[in-house]
Design a protein around this ligand. Structure first.
Ligand code: FBP
Length: 552
């Protein structure tokens, strides 16, 4: 494989570890804290996890290692969407495991959780691992979205583990994958397989966070990648002074990415889905908000601007949420009947017949392309795939209609020429920033420490992240601590609570206190490309979201 100069240089980068993990593994001790309980629904969750509920928080510190010494055969799985730094979780895990014992083995299950069920893996060695250090992507073993959730699957997984003498499985995933990791850990404990399960918090979306997970890995790099591009577009807009750019950024549900990009680049408008839901804003109200910025800037002679739109927006607009809910249910029951229809007119008539009159009214005013996108294949959970809906084009068409009306009423007399962009996949496999490279390596290294001390059903945690890496703290938290009961596909299930943008939180407050000015004036800021070499003040900074959340 031919290597780029940066790739070669990044192979040499030595990720920073928290101080307590730097020592010889023989000098790292586990210190147990308080017993834990789930964030809510304690009784129900305790009943569902009799073997793994209520376990203690763990912190690592310098001191004599009192773990039982045994040969470890660990299997690792990358689950769900790619996130920068995933390779470093694997390399950190590998390095710790080999440091603890040369005959320890790391197996990588291929293409996500299905690799475990299909007994499809590779055994890592130094040569293979060294080709993936500090690089983006999940191509070291591939990823996938197969869910590990049924007893039949768990039984197959137990067989595969037994066959290879596997002592622990590390699942690198988001909220759903780590929920499944907890269920698998409980099953392995109940069946006395002796196989431990440890999770690592991954997702660019940033919605796997709580009082013990300060940030999920990949969020930092993905936001910096999108912010670089948005800053470049802002500069282009301010140079040419002739386009309004509508930029959708990824984030399946939560608007953390959109908000962080707005804090980095100060666009004219950034929509926040959680606010749209809270204020029950209709599509028309959203279009009004954008159109008023366009009109105010135009009145000053500025017929250009930048709008950031979170990927999940339309699912938070009450009227569209209702429509999507009905469509998901309809597709779950009548998908075959619908797919048998060839021409659009018949599909449209099918909708008219099967949707409620309110939802059909919303459906019928959407542009044709959006109507078609809403009817595309569902994801494995039966949900609409929002990354494939061109919300940015929908907003442009709604704003165009508003401005036309305003022009007719003599309230606007500018020029509106709009361009659309979608930044999502561009950021998921970028070379991890120094922050993500260090954080991920530490998460993987620390996952091995949890394994060596015999813990199961834990998530690897690295905290104090707004401080330099040497001051970071390493530990573990029982996954059940983060759970509550939620209605999922017609049944109540124990799940890790998804963290949406908090409207009372410091990042949103910072944004909302400034956005009126940004809407009218040109206040753009240009973060530029991620820097890997140079002063720490440029290379090691984390996100504004984390800095604001941890500001005391
Ligand atoms: P994860 O939650 O699995 O990390 O994935 C997040 C994400 O990148 C979302 O932002 C996006 O909506 C989705 O994946 C896209 O999924 P796919 O890769 O299947 O197109």
């Amino acid at each position: 494989m031919e290597l780029s100069p940066l790739q070669k240089a990044r192979y040499e980068y030595r990720p920073k570890l928290p101080e307590m993990l730097k020592d010889d593994i023989g000098n790292i001790k586990a210190v147990e804290g308080r017993n834990t309980q789930s964030v809510s629904d304690q009784e129900e969750i305790e009943k569902l996890f009799p073997n793994t509920y209520g376990m203690k928080e763990v912190a690592f510190a310098k001191g004599e290692n009192h773990a039982e010494k045994k040969r470890q055969v660990v299997g690792v799985i990358l689950s769900g969407g790619q996130a920068p730094g995933g390779h470093n979780v694997v390399t950190g895990l590998y390095d710790a495991l080999k440091k603890a014992g040369k005959d320890n083995v790391l197996l990588g299950f291929k293409n996500g959780p299905s690799g475990l069920l299909e007994d499809n893996f590779i055994e890592f060695d130094d040569k293979y691992i060294d080709c993936y250090r500090n690089t983006g992507g999940f191509d070291i073993i591939g990823s996938g979205r197969t869910k590990l959730e049924t007893e039949e699957q768990f039984a197959v997984a137990a067989e595969v583990c037994k066959k290879h003498g596997i002592t622990a499985i590390v699942i690198i995933g988001g909220d759903d994958s780590n929920t499944n990791a907890a269920v698998l850990a409980e099953y392995f404990a109940k069946m006395k397989t002796g196989v431990q399960v440890i999770g690592c918090p991954k997702t660019i979306d940033g919605d796997l966070k709580n009082d013990v997970i300060e940030i999920s890995f990949g969020f930092d790099t993905a936001c910096k990648t999108y912010s670089e591009l948005i800053g470049n577009i802002e500069r282009d807009a301010n140079s040419a002074k002739k386009y309004w750019h509508f930029i959708k950024v990824m984030g399946r549900s939560a608007s953390h990415i959109a908000l962080e990009c707005a804090l980095e680049t100060q666009p004219n408008v950034c929509l926040i889905s959680e606010e749209v839901e809270e204020k029950k804003m209709s599509l028309s109200a959203i279009a009004d908000q954008v159109a008023s910025s366009v009109a105010a800037r135009s009145a000053k002679g500025d017929n250009f601007g930048v709008v950031i739109i979170p990927e999940g927006l339309i699912e938070f607009v009450p009227e569209v949420k209702k429509l999507i809910g009905e469509l998901n249910d309809l597709m779950a029951i009548k998908e075959k009947e619908f797919n048998a229809l060839d021409v659009w007119e018949d599909k449209y008539a099918f909708m008219q017949k099967n949707l409620s009159s309110e939802s059909f009214a919303v459906f019928s005013i959407l542009p044709l392309d959006i109507e078609k996108q809403l009817l595309m294949d569902r994801d494995p959970h039966g949900n609409v795939q929002v990354s494939r809906i061109e919300t940015e084009k929908l907003i442009i068409s709604l704003v165009e209609a508003k401005l036309k009306k305003m022009k007719a009423e003599g309230k606007y007399n500018g020029k509106f020429s709009a361009l659309n962009h979608f930044f999502g996949y561009e950021g998921r496999c970028a070379f991890p920033s120094n922050f993500d490279a260090d954080y991920c390596y530490s998460l993987g290294y620390n996952a091995f420490m949890l394994i060596s001390y015999g813990y199961t059903g834990y998530l690897s945690t690295i905290t104090n992240l707004s401080k330099p890496a040497t001051e970071w703290k390493a530990g573990g938290i029982p996954i059940t601590k983060m759970m509550n009961m939620e209605q999922r596909h017609g049944a109540k299930k124990p799940v890790i609570r998804k963290a949406l943008v908090e409207l009372g939180g410091a990042p949103f407050r910072y944004f909302s206190e400034r956005r009126e000015k940004w809407a009218v004036e040109t206040c753009y800021t240009f973060p530029g490309a991620i820097q890997y070499y140079g002063p720490a003040s440029v290379c090691d900074i984390t996100t504004k979201t984390l800095a604001l959340e941890q500001e005391k």
